[in-house]
Design a protein around this ligand. Structure first.
Ligand SMILES: Cc1cc2nc3c(=O)[nH]c(=O)nc-3n(C[C@H](O)[C@H](O)[C@H](O)COP(=O)(O)OP(=O)(O)OC[C@H]3O[C@@H](n4cnc5c(N)ncnc54)[C@H](O)[C@@H]3O)c2cc1C
Length: 41
């Protein structure tokens, strides 16, 4: 079973920025997006 340090809900600007910083800090994360594209807005 995969265990994540963090799960980000939504791949809008905030979610993608969060994912960037989680990645920079070498944390294991998952981004969940309800729509078919990221940063739809
Ligand atoms: C009409 C309009 C025009 C705009 N024009 C501009 C502009 O010209 N320039 C500018 O800089 N800003 C503009 N903005 C503002 C900009 O779109 C927002 O400030 C920015 O998108 C906010 O980013 P966010 O990541 O906080 O939210 P959002 O972009 O809303 O991202 C949230 C994401 O979370 C997803 N989500 C929600 N609930 C769930 C769930 N339960 N599970 C999975 N995923 C989920 C959504 O699908 C969405 O992709 C505009 C906004 C609007 C409404």
């Amino acid at each position: 079973m995969q265990v994540y340090d963090s799960i980000v809900i939504g791949a809008g600007q905030s979610g993608l920025a969060m994912a960037y910083y989680l990645s920079k800090n070498k944390l294991n994360y998952l981004v969940l997006e309800a729509s078919e594209t990221t940063a739809g807005s």
